[in-house]
Design a protein around this ligand. Structure first.
Ligand SMILES: [Zn+2]
Length: 217
């Protein structure tokens, strides 16, 4: 039997990655990271609900020091970017985030015997964030051959998908999209204005899944 860990923020990418991979990789543990991001409270709350839904263990990893060295709108008082381009990507950058999160998951895998680590990296994020690319996933896997005894394998089931594809997969596999929280702002409902909200909204509209719009926004 395989045993997997998911990096879970409660956003679209991680929720759908979990829904698609739960059985295949025997996911039994989710890690949610608290680095003082504006949306942390909602991320933890949402991830907990998702873990209850899928009946997996949920751990919250606190990274207070990461907030101190993060100087972008994701944690600071600065306004969140509303349009999607190279600059807005820089405004929500967190230093070495995916590298760090995967290495923390790698330590869990090494210490507690997990075979797989699932991450929601995808084609759309990869356009602006190099830590969402196939090259990066391959290199992390090579790194684990040296830095761990267990050599867990990182799997990114959405690597070739954009947001429209991801929503389509969610609908096809009856993944509970009503549970998702994909907003950078962290209010009770999605703000509808930040980059992440705009991407989710557009993908729901493209898939005729507008019934979720009222519920989420
Ligand atoms: Zn938002």
């Amino acid at each position: 039997m395989t045993n997997g860990i998911i990096l879970l923020s409660g956003g679209l990418d991680s929720l759908v990655s979990l829904g698609l991979s739960k059985e295949q990789y025997g996911i039994s543990l989710a890690l949610t990271f608290d680095y003082g991001q504006k949306s942390v409270k909602k991320e933890i709350e949402t991830s907990k609900i998702i873990c209850d839904y899928y009946k997996i263990e949920h751990k919250i990893i606190k990274l207070d020091w990461l907030r101190e060295i993060t100087h972008t709108a994701l944690v600071s008082k600065d306004m969140l970017p509303e349009k999607i381009d190279e600059n807005s990507a820089k405004n929500v950058w967190v230093p070495n985030r995916n590298g760090l999160f995967l290495n923390i998951a790698g330590a869990f895998a090494d210490g507690e015997n997990y075979d797989y680590i699932i991450i929601g990296a995808n084609k759309e994020e990869a356009e602006n964030f190099p830590d969402n690319t196939k090259d990066f996933i391959e290199r992390i896997n090579s790194e684990f051959e040296f830095s761990t005894q267990k050599c867990p394998k990182v799997v990114a089931p959405l690597l070739n998908c954009d947001k429209n594809d991801i929503v389509k997969l969610a609908l096809e596999h009856s993944i509970p999209l009503q549970l998702v929280f994909s907003c950078y702002a962290g209010n009770e409902k999605h703000c509808g204005k930040c980059e992440s909200c705009i991407r989710l909204k557009n993908a729901l509209i493209a898939n005729n899944a507008t019934n979720y719009l009222k519920e989420l926004f």
